[in-house]
Design a protein around this ligand. Structure first.
Ligand SMILES: Nc1ncnc2c1ncn2[C@@H]1O[C@H](COP(=O)(O)OP(=O)(O)OP(=O)(O)O)[C@@H](O)[C@H]1O
Ligand SMILES: [Mg+2]
Length: 303
């Protein structure tokens, strides 16, 4: 069963928001979904209504576990959305460092737990990774069907492209594994907060699309309802189902499923087919983005 990862070289790009909301959409579509928080910030659970004083979680306690397969089962929570989730748990700085060291020494603890989750019939796992290179990403990459890297339409995103393309952000572990996963077309880039205020957005989209060519998956529109839903500890599809971002999340979930089905049949869609696929599922596509693009010259003349 599939493992979908949201990972990125830099922070604040929407990994946690996308993990929670895509998990909800997949659950609505009939999958048994586990949302897995692998980021010591422990922020994912809040989207599912987790009591913020609740300190217990899966990864924070994994290094003490006798059996990783029992550890995730003991930490699993249910939510009204139908998504089951595994909070990271709360750790101080020393605990987080010790946990990282333990993951580097024993990546198989997490790898075994994730493989066990995926062996349960009908289960899809959606994982929220920490920003940058992390031992957690290195440990689960061999099991991943798709790794989605959200980018913002900000200049800083362009600077991240070499790290994304070369797989350097995927960090330690076996470089051969990292390379093979990325070459297998499992790495996809997603423009998040498309249409956020600011003139540079179009130029960034153009730069990213040129550089990333076939890897660009589409876009999630900028929508003020996204932080509002998060503040209310609700998922977008429940909080504001008609909002642009909620529609895009549903489209993204459907496009991910279609992409996984294609690659599992060893059929890599051509860029043209991918575009049709995304359009069919309603995910805001690059074709919708590009007409808004301004050239740097036009931008200069506007000043
Ligand atoms: N499409 C969107 N439109 C508007 N705001 C958004 C959108 N996506 C995410 N946000 C907001 O951007 C902020 C960062 O999102 P989020 O916490 O999901 O990112 P992250 O990559 O998980 O960050 P971190 O590196 O801190 O873990 C949040 O306030 C979220 O509500
Ligand atoms: Mg996050």
């Amino acid at each position: 069963m599939p493992l979908i990862c949201f990972a990125s070289p830099s922070g604040g790009v929407g990994r946690t928001t996308l993990t929670a909301n895509v998990a909800r959409e997949l659950s609505r579509a009939g999958a048994r979904v586990i949302a897995l928080d692998l980021d010591p910030q422990n922020a994912l659970g809040a989207h599912f209504g987790l009591d913020l004083r609740d300190a217990f979680g899966f990864l924070a306690t994994l290094r003490y576990a006798a059996d990783p397969r029992a550890a995730w089962r003991a930490a699993l929570r249910s939510s009204p959305s139908g998504v089951s989730f595994l909070p990271y748990g709360q750790l101080g700085m020393d605990g987080a460092n010790a946990n990282s060291a333990s993951l580097i020494e024993q990546p198989e603890m997490l790898g075994t737990a994730v493989a066990d989750m995926l062996s349960v019939s009908g289960v899809t796992v959606v994982a929220d990774l920490p920003a940058g290179a992390s031992p957690a990403l290195a440990a689960i990459l061999p099991h991943a069907n798709i790794v989605i890297v959200p980018l913002l339409p900000h200049p800083a995103s362009v600077a991240q492209l070499p790290a994304i393309e070369g797989g350097r952000f995927a960090g330690g572990g076996s470089q051969a594994v990292v390379k093979s996963r990325l070459e297998a077309g499992k790495l996809r880039v997603l423009m998040n907060q498309w249409g956020a205020p600011g003139k540079l957005a179009g130029i960034i989209a153009q730069g990213v699309s040129q550089q990333m060519a076939g890897r660009l998956f589409g876009a999630i529109r900028y929508d003020e309802v996204v932080p509002e839903a998060a503040a209310a500890q609700r998922l977008l599809g429940d909080f504001a189902p008609a909002s642009p971002a909620a529609q895009d999340m549903a489209g993204l979930a459907a496009a991910i499923v279609a992409q996984i089905n294609d690659t599992s049949r060893d059929r890599q869609p051509t860029p043209g087919q991918s575009q049709q696929l995304r359009n069919a599922y309603g995910l805001t596509s690059l074709a919708e983005i590009m007409p808004q693009t301004q050239s740097p010259v036009a931008l200069k003349a506007d000043r």
